[in-house]
Design a protein around this ligand. Structure first.
Ligand code: CAO
Length: 412
């Protein structure tokens, strides 16, 4: 079966996490992703957080599957010549260097457009135009600057970053959407364009509901927040602990046997109250006017959840899920990474995949979470550094002698 992006060539100048997330998805959809890496060292993540000496790290291998790797010193003269050949050869260029890095190498957008007017040029940067445009950014900086940290955690504690990589992988996903839109537009116009995603913007987009709450706050306290009904609201959205971000209240409840991840998240929809009270043996609260409606429960949500927790404490998180889900009560156990890695259903759908690597042996990775019925993703391994240099350079027209000269010059 053919792949959705078969025939699309991507010049992948990405490193670390945000850019590689984007190009990995393009590769899963069938694009030929040619990752350009500095000779000898490669993407810095190859050697970061290594679990096996001298073997590409999981950091690298889990973000670069299905790609080809070439080494190229794009600051050398021969390297620059090869870069321009690659620009002519490819449909998309993706990069996430520090601001201005490609321009400093002489690869300006103006020149790129002249060389290949159809090229789509995707970039991740920390910030869009404005006072911070020239600054370097990593994941947690983006979480702090995009509104996630100020709204995550508990009110009486420090701002907290989340384990979900919304700054890096989140921005990479936004960039994928932009590149695909640009490819569709190009099919009508024949023209390429720039696609720019700032990490701050992507995080803010993912924190959209908190900007919603900021505006609601001007009209009164946020009744579903744990701070309610006290009048402790300031003039900014506070951290809401584990409260649900939607219109239905939810909270994390303890389960048996009381381990670090023995918890279940339970949501109380209006019709769910009667079901939950039935399960926990408090039928009296189904019609009691002090408890019967969402409005009267709002000021005492903590007590509502305490009632349900008395029951969840007697069950394991999976037992509790089974009982509640059968009744249609939305809920979910807190899953550890150990449990997710071993989850049979996720392995069956290839969301968790075991991959064979020539140097590290088998490793687990997260497969393509986007399932296309006519473009199945086979998640392959990540390339070794420079594994495809000669093949790719031959494909773009270099002779064996030219490749050898480039090697002698240290350009590859
Ligand atoms: N050949 C020659 N030079 C190369 C090269 C190659 N193949 N690949 C990279 N380089 C050079 C760059 O041109 C740059 O040189 P200059 O400093 O002379 O311009 C240099 O290597 C270092 O690149 P960098 O500044 O991007 O890397 P860094 O480690 O200092 O910063 C990061 C990393 C991520 C903070 C920065 O790239 C950045 O802010 N990127 C944009 C935002 C982003 O994506 N952040 C998320 C990263 S994932 O957590």
């Amino acid at each position: 079966m053919s792949k959705a992006l078969e025939g699309v060539r991507v010049l992948d100048m990405t490193h670390v996490q945000s850019g590689p997330t984007c190009t990995q998805i393009l590769a899963w959809f069938g694009a030929d992703v040619i990752k350009v890496e500095f000779p000898g060292r490669g993407d810095i993540t190859r050697s970061q957080l290594r679990d096996i000496p001298d073997v590409d790290s999981l950091y690298f291998t889990m973000l670069n599957s299905n790609k080809r790797s070439i080494t190229l010193n794009t600051k050398s003269e021969k390297g620059k010549d090869i870069f321009w050949k690659l620009v002519r050869h490819c449909d998309v260029l993706v990069e996430n260097f520090a601001p201005g890095a490609l321009d400093r190498m002489g690869f300006t957008w103006d020149k790129i457009q002249q060389v290949n007017p159809g090229l789509i040029y995707g970039s991740v940067k920390g910030f869009g135009p404005g006072p911070f445009v020239d600054f370097k950014v990593y994941e947690n900086v983006a979480q702090c600057m995009g509104g996630s940290a100020s709204t995550t955690g508990f009110d009486d504690d420090v701002p907290t970053v989340t384990g979900a990589q919304i700054g890096d992988s989140g921005t990479g996903l936004h960039l994928v959407a932009g590149i695909l839109a640009a490819l569709i537009q190009r099919s009508h116009t024949g023209e390429g364009q720039r696609v720019e995603c700032a990490m701050q913007d992507a995080v803010l987009n993912l924190c959209r509901i908190k900007l919603r709450d900021q505006q609601r706050l001007t009209r009164g306290p946020l009744k579903e927040y744990p701070q309610y009904p006290s009048d402790e609201f300031g003039d900014f959205v506070p951290r809401s602990g584990n409260a649900s971000g939607g219109g239905q209240p939810g909270w994390v409840l303890k389960c048996a046997p009381g381990g670090q991840n023995d918890f279940i998240y339970v949501i109380i929809q209006p019709p769910g109250w009667a079901l939950l009270m039935g399960v926990i043996g408090r039928e009296d609260l189904i019609t009691d006017p002090d408890w019967a409606t969402p409005e009267v429960r709002l000021p005492k949500l903590d007590q509502c959840f305490e009632l349900v927790e008395e029951w969840t404490l007697t069950k394991s998180k999976f037992e509790a899920m089974e009982v509640l889900s059968k009744l249609g009560v939305p809920c979910g156990p807190i899953m550890s990474m150990k449990e997710l890695g071993e989850d049979e259903a996720l392995r069956k759908t290839k969301t968790v995949v075991e991959v064979e690597h020539p140097e590290r042996g088998k490793y687990l990775t997260v497969g393509n979470p986007i399932k296309l019925s006519k473009s199945p993703s086979e998640v392959g391994r990540a390339p070794l550094l420079g594994e495809h240099t000669e093949k790719v350079l031959a494909e773009i027209g270099l002779t064996e002698e030219e490749i050898e000269n480039a090697r002698l010059d240290g350009a590859i």
